[in-house]
Design a protein around this ligand. Structure first.
Ligand code: NAP
Length: 335
């Protein structure tokens, strides 16, 4: 059986995921697309081998021609589409964030809990990156002992002027928030943001770099340096310090070049290059799960928890204070 996927939002990542679904993912094709930019949807319909272009996302979700939905429109629209998928009883993979506000995420987990079965997964692809999986395996083997500190680095070459100091939390560090929760298997209960000296290479309105300290339930610290305009490429690092040793991400090398007196390794230009394989693994796991009648991937609860942390994180950016985080009770569906 081929799963017929409809894509709502055919921008940068919608097109990327469309190419994956049409080209390398087994068991699925893209037969429907929708975007507020109709010409863009038409373009991507061609890229994926000829999908039907729907008037809007809600019509696509309601269509009998669509078995599962990929939501890759802008974050502000996610809740409406994910809730429509739950109403229609259709599986949905929603790119991060599940929704930009905690209130919307709560509506989604309530609706899914009332539906009684998991339909929603959230696109936290780092969980599928081989390096992060090895760090998690080290922890699970027990060889590095008890986890004490997680150091994260997330650097971007440059960002546009529209990027704000709050987006360091909501758009970027949300990935480290999810990685911390997933690797350590604990909720984050506090966050503090300490602004370092600013780079002269950022627009004046942007605090860059940004530095955050997240604390988990048992007191493990997860530090994040996010540097939006580091100039040299896309660079993601992670070291988990345990009581007996450490486990670190080894970034995949693209190629190395040896010239007079130098051995140089290329650095990925952006997230698409660095995490391309992880996106493919994430979508394949989702589709293969659907073929078995299962919903495989980070749940709506994981999406809610990440949005909760970054929403409080934005307040921590404003105040500079250590802010505590409290969650609603986890519905039985997610336990
Ligand atoms: P993008 O290039 O701006 O694409 C989003 C598309 O959705 C645009 O064509 C946009 O049109 C369209 N859109 C806006 N409102 C819509 C609506 N109501 N219904 C349908 N389509 C609508 O953004 P992107 O970079 O692809 O990001 C999309 C989502 O993926 C975001 O939530 C982002 O955070 C997430 N993302 C995740 C990762 C990751 O690493 N997991 C990486 C990149 C992006 P307009 O331009 O006219 O608004």
């Amino acid at each position: 059986m081929t799963i017929r996927v409809g894509i709502v939002g055919t921008g940068l990542i919608g097109e990327d995921h469309g190419r994956r679904l049409a080209g390398v993912i087994r068991g699925a094709n893209v037969n429907a697309v929708a975007d507020v930019r109709r010409e863009r949807a038409q373009e991507v319909a061609g890229v994926v081998g000829g999908a039907r272009v729907f008037e809007n996302g809600l019509e696509l979700i309601a269509s009998d021609e669509v078995d599962a939905v990929l939501v890759t429109s802008i974050g502000e629209t996610h809740a409406e589409y994910v809730l429509a998928c739950i109403d229609a009883g259709k599986p949905v993979m929603c790119e991060k964030p599940l929704a930009p506000t905690v209130a919307e995420c709560e509506r989604i987990i309530e609706a899914e809990a009332a539906f009684g079965r998991q339909l929603v997964i959230v696109g936290f692809m780092r969980r599928y990156d081989l390096g992060y999986r090895h760090v998690k395996a080290s922890l699970e083997r027990g060889t590095i002992g008890d986890p004490l500190i997680l150091h994260n680095i997330h650097r971007n070459s440059v960002v546009p002027e529209s990027y704000t100091s709050f987006m360091t939390m909501t758009d970027s560090m949300i990935h480290e928030v999810d990685v911390s929760r997933w690797l350590l298997d604990e909720e984050i209960v506090a966050v503090q943001v300490i602004p370092p000296k600013r780079t002269p290479k950022a627009f004046p309105h942007l605090q860059d770099p940004q530095f955050a300290v997240f604390t988990t339930e048992s007191g493990i610290l997860s530090t994040v340096e996010f540097f939006a305009n580091c100039q040299y490429g896309y660079d993601v690092r992670c070291e988990l310090v345990g009581s007996l040793g450490t486990a670190s991400l080894v970034n995949p090398a693209l190629a190395s070049e040896i010239t007079a007196g130098q051995d140089a390794e290329a650095i990925p230009a952006d997230w698409r290059e660095r995490f391309g394989a992880a996106y493919t693994a994430e979508i394949q796991a989702w589709i293969s799960g659907l073929e078995r009648g299962e919903c495989v991937g980070p749940s709506a609860w994981e999406g809610y928890a990440a949005t909760k942390v970054v929403e409080v994180g934005v307040e921590a950016v404003k105040s500079g204070e250590r802010m505590t985080i409290e969650y609603v009770d986890k519905p039985a569906l997610y336990r």
